[in-house]
Design a protein around this ligand. Structure first.
Ligand SMILES: C[S@@+](CC[C@H](N)C(=O)[O-])C[C@H]1O[C@@H](n2cnc3c(N)ncnc32)[C@H](O)[C@@H]1O
Length: 330
C-alpha cells in the first residue's frame, strides 16, 4: 500500500475514534450501535466473558463498547509483569491488566487518537483514586511504530484494533520486537473466514467499525509467523457477531444487506482470539517454554529493529540478553 493511502486510512480511523471519544458513540457511530450507552457496553462486555464484578471496578466512560473479544481471558497475567495494550481506547483493558499485574507490574496503553488518549488519562486519575494503583501509563503512538524499546514487555494485549491498521505485517513485527524473549501475545480481533464482497467493504462505516480492514484468519497466522513469533494459535468465536446482529447494530445490518442471499454474517466475520509467543533460547535447546537451565537470551528476530528503536533501547536487553531491568525502561 502506498504511504499516502496508509496515511489516509489512519486519518479516517483517527477521525472516527476522535468523534467516539468526544461523543461516546459506539463503534460504528450508528443510532443503534453497540456502545452508545453504558448499559449496552456493559452487557456486551459480559457476553464477551468479562466478569461483571470486575467491570464494576472501572471508572465510568472506560468501557465504550468497542471491544470484540476478551484478551484478558487468554493472557494469564501475573503480578509484576509489564503489559502493553495496542489501541487502548479509553483504557478498558489497560485498567483490568493493571489490577492483574498489581503494584509491582505496569500496564501501558498506546493509542494514536489524541482525544482517546486524553480520555484514558482522565480515567487513569479516577482509577488511581479508586484502586490506589499508579501502575498505568498511556502513550500517544501508532501500533506500527510502538513507543516502547526492544524486548521489554511480558505480554502484548489488543482488543479489536489490528484490523484497523493499513500495515498489519509491520504491527506484528513491532509486537515481536517489544516482547521479551518468551513473552506472549493475547489479542482479540475481528477476522474474516472468506473475503467480504466489495460493496460491503466499501461501506463508509465499515472501516471504523472494524470490519472492512479485517484480515483472513490465514493471513493473521502468516503475519505473526513471518514476524518470528511461535506457537501461533487462533481460536474462532461466533458469539460477538451474533450479539451485534441481535442488537440490530446498523453497520452489521448494512453489511448483511450486501451479502449474497442465504449467507449469514457469521459465514464471513468472526471474532478471533490470537495467542503466540516470542521464542527464547530455551526453545532452541529443546526445552518447553519456562523450563531448562540458563536462558533469557534472545532468538534474534528475522527483521532488525528500526534505528529509532535501537538507539532507544535504554535497558540494553537486546544487546546483552539481560532482560531483568527491562521494566525500568519500558
Ligand atoms: C475499536 S477501538 C478499541 C479500543 C479498546 N481496545 C477497547 O477495547 O475499548 C480502536 C482503538 O484503536 C485506536 N487505533 C486504531 N488504529 C490505530 C493505530 N494504527 N495505531 C494506534 N492506535 C490505533 C483507535 O484510536 C481506537 O482508540
Amino acid at each position: 500500500m502506498n504511504p499516502s493511502l496508509e496515511e489516509q486510512i489512519r486519518a479516517k480511523v483517527r477521525e472516527g475514534y476522535g468523534a467516539i471519544a468526544t461523543t461516546e458513540q459506539g463503534c460504528c457511530s450508528g443510532a443503534s450501535c453497540c456502545g452508545s450507552n453504558p448499559e449496552v457496553a456493559r452487557d456486551l462486555a459480559t457476553k464477551l466473558g468479562y466478569d461483571p464484578a470486575v467491570l464494576e471496578t472501572l471508572p465510568e466512560g472506560t468501557n465504550l463498547g468497542l471491544s470484540c473479544g476478551n484478551p484478558q481471558a487468554i493472557a494469564s497475567l501475573l503480578p509484576g509483569e509489564t503489559v502493553i495494550d495496542l489501541g487502548s481506547g479509553a483504557g478498558f483493558d489497560v485498567f483490568l491488566a493493571a489490577q492483574a499485574v498489581g503494584p509491582t507490574g505496569k500496564a501501558i496503553g498506546v493509542d494514536m487518537t489524541a482525544q482517546m488518549l486524553s480520555k484514558a488519562r482522565r480515567n487513569a486519575v479516577s482509577f488511581s483514586e479508586r484502586t490506589g494503583l499508579s501502575n498505568v501509563e498511556f502513550r500517544l503512538g501508532e501500533i506500527e511504530h510502538l513507543p516502547v524499546p526492544d524486548s521489554c514487555v511480558d505480554a502484548v494485549l489488543s482488543n479489536c484494533v489490528i484490523n484497523l491498521s493499513p500495515d498489519k505485517p509491520q504491527v506484528w513485527r513491532e509486537i515481536a520486537r517489544v516482547l521479551k524473549p518468551g513473552g506472549r501475545v493475547a489479542i482479540s480481533d475481528l477476522a474474516l473466514l472468506r473475503p467480504l464482497p466489495d460493496a460491503a467493504k466499501g461501506l463508509a462505516e465499515a472501516l471504523v467499525g472494524c470490519v472492512a480492514g479485517a484480515s483472513l484468519v490465514d493471513e493473521i497466522r502468516r503475519d505473526a509467523q513471518a514476524a518470528g513469533l511461535v506457537d501461533v494459535a487462533i481460536g474462532i468465536k461466533h458469539e460477538y457477531v451474533a450479539v451485534m446482529e441481535n442488537t440490530g447494530d446498523s453497520l452489521y445490518r448494512d453489511i448483511l444487506a450486501q451479502l449474497p442471499s442465504g449467507h449469514k454474517l457469521s459465514d464471513y466475520i468472526v471474532s478471533a482470539d490470537i495467542s503466540a509467543r516470542r521464542a527464547s533460547s530455551r526453545d532452541a535447546q529443546g526445552y518447553p517454554a519456562g523450563e531448562g537451565p540458563g536462558g533469557g537470551d534472545d532468538i534474534r528476530l528475522a527483521t532488525p529493529a528500526p534505528e529509532w528503536h535501537q538507539t532507544s533501547s535504554c535497558c540494553g536487553a537486546t544487546e546483552t540478553g539481560d532482560v531483568a531491568d527491562a521494566k525500568k525502561c519500558c
